[in-house]
Design a protein around this ligand. Structure first.
Ligand SMILES: Cc1cc2nc3c(=O)[nH]c(=O)nc-3n(C[C@H](O)[C@H](O)[C@H](O)COP(=O)(O)OP(=O)(O)OC[C@H]3O[C@@H](n4cnc5c(N)ncnc54)[C@H](O)[C@@H]3O)c2cc1C
Length: 467
């Protein structure tokens, strides 16, 4: 097989964004993902805030790429139908020290180009958020902070990458990278792929892949973040993303609406060594419970729908670990810790600039195929609510997952998508099925049956239009 011009290792939100960006050009690109699906690592378990970068350290690469990405996403997100809500965020001070730091937070936001950030009096905080506890002292309004669907973003990138010619290899954990006459040979239990240029977007394993190129310059320490998701009946209790005053180490525990109509509390920040430790813990949940009580105690009387945890690719450094090595035709996009969802398009654009400088020839394609993603949020109409859709295909009126109102038509559509789900987990992220109150207790058997029978019917997955 001819070597690819470019191989991207890691199909998280960053790797998918890079593969999508690369697919705009006349070059061959392979996206290599260890798991059965894209977006199944850290990118599936975050807090799902589309950050403005108002609180990022001024002048860092992270801050620069967040600011650029925010602008790029302003076009991309609505155009592709990605569920999002511009709720804005209210940052709240709960003690005198925090109150004293608010002016500095506004100044930093302005220095970062987020000009609409402003101080709030305590009266304004309560006007905006009538249900928060009564011991707030003041706040800051960040109008641009938004909530977004964390599943649809990487999927949208991956769909577009594949639709525009990138080749996705799933269950392809890269275990070795060797140089063979100007070509990298990437191999592992999934087989062998050759490529002239390699981008390392391996998230928690970005240090390991970096090591395969002979470097030992950063170590990824998984920083676990646990979260609690509350039932949709709690949604009226919170209007904005409620932020704490951030510390040097973490953005702290926030209370936020989700695009699925829930409220969540989290995340924790705990350094571990195990890169697979995505279980929640008694201590973590107790900590979150106490934090939630201190912010909106009314919320803690509501039903819990689920808990989950994700692992940030934290390193000993505070900034992204981006290194370009033209002599090795290698680009490292490591340590993209707590803002990668928001910064993804900015990172991808920057990656292409660095690859071009390193000698990768970038000739723009005449045509780029765009995707329109199936809407799985709560705010706009879903297929089961649309007479027109149901008339078009009665399976959009046949509900399989009752908690989240996911229909047979949506499951079938997901199975025909440019990157069909290989597993029920993947189907969950594409449709929302089994993510509701019952967490699949009532519907998982039906969903599994539909998944199996429909998957068998599909001779040509990936051919259906997503418009
Ligand atoms: C609790 C928590 C809250 C967060 N909240 C937010 C937020 O609100 N907003 C925001 O913007 N960001 C947030 N983030 C950060 C964001 O989720 C990450 O920065 C982003 O998902 C990182 O994407 P990635 O592609 O670098 O990593 P990943 O999503 O982990 O992708 C890396 C991929 O590489 C694959 N891989 C690893 N090794 C190999 C190998 N050897 N061969 C092939 N493939 C390999 C993995 O399977 C994985 O799929 C949060 C993170 C956490 C944990």
């Amino acid at each position: 097989m001819e070597p690819y011009d470019l191989a991207v290792v890691g199909g998280g939100v960053v790797g998918c964004a890079v593969a999508r960006e690369a697919s705009k050009y006349e070059l061959s690109c392979a996206l290599l993902e260890a798991k059965a699906d894209v977006g199944a690592g850290t990118s599936k378990a975050n807090t799902a805030i589309w950050h403005t970068g108002f609180d990022a350290k001024t002048g860092t690469l992270e801050q620069r790429l967040l600011a650029r990405s925010y602008m790029l996403l302003l076009d991309y997100v609505p155009d592709r139908g990605i569920p999002h809500e511009k709720t804005g965020a209210v940052l709240i001070a709960w003690n005198e020290d925090q109150l004293a730091s608010l002016e500095g937070i506004v100044e930093k936001a302005h220095a970062n180009g987020v000009a609409d950030v402003r101080l709030l009096s305590v009266e304004e905080v309560y006007e905006l958020e009538p249900h928060v506890n009564r011991d707030a002292l003041g706040g800051v309004m960040v109008p641009g902070e938004s909530i977004i669907c964390p599943f649809t973003v990487p999927l949208s990138y991956a769909y577009e990458a594949v639709m525009n010619g990138a080749r996705l290899y799933r269950e392809f954990p890269v275990g070795k990278i060797e140089e063979d006459g100007g070509v990298h040979v990437l191999s592992g239990p999934g087989g062998e792929v050759k490529a002239r240029f390699v981008v390392n977007a391996a998230g928690l394993n970005s240090d390991v892949i970096d090591g395969m190129f002979g470097f030992d310059r950063f170590h990824v320490t998984p920083r676990r973040g646990e979260l609690i998701v509350f039932d949709k009946l709690s949604r009226p209790l919170v209007n904005h993303v409620l932020l704490p005053v951030p510390t040097e180490r973490t953005k702290g525990v926030l209370v936020s609406p989700t695009v699925f109509g829930n409220i969540m509390v989290g995340p924790t920040a705990e350094d571990l060594e195990d890169k697979e430790a995505t279980c929640t813990s008694k201590a973590g949940l107790e900590y979150l419970w106490a934090k939630g009580e201190a912010i909106v105690s009314k919320l803690m009387k509501e039903e819990v729908t689920c808990t989950y945890a994700g692992l940030r690719a934290a390193t000993e450094f505070k900034d992204y670990q981006v290194f370009s090595h033209p002599e090795k035709r290698y680009l490292c996009l490591g340590g993209i810790r707590s803002t990668g969802l928001s910064a993804s398009l900015g990172i991808a654009e920057y990656a292409m600039e660095l690859l071009a400088e390193a000698g990768l020839s970038l000739e723009e394609k005449k045509e780029f195929r765009k995707v329109r993603m199936p809407y799985i949020g709560q705010k706009e109409k879903r297929p089961y609510q649309s007479e027109e859709k149901i008339r078009e295909d009665p399976d959009f009126g046949r509900v399989v997952c009752h908690c989240e109102r996911v229909t047979l038509g949506e499951i079938r559509r997901a199975l025909r998508s440019p990157v069909p789900p290989g597993t029920l987990e993947g189907l969950k992220r594409r449709t929302r099925c089994m993510q509701g109150r019952c967490q699949g207790f009532y519907c998982s058997a039906d969903v599994a049956h539909v998944f199996q029978t429909e998957a068998q019917k599909e001779d040509h997955p990936g051919e259906a239009s997503h418009e």
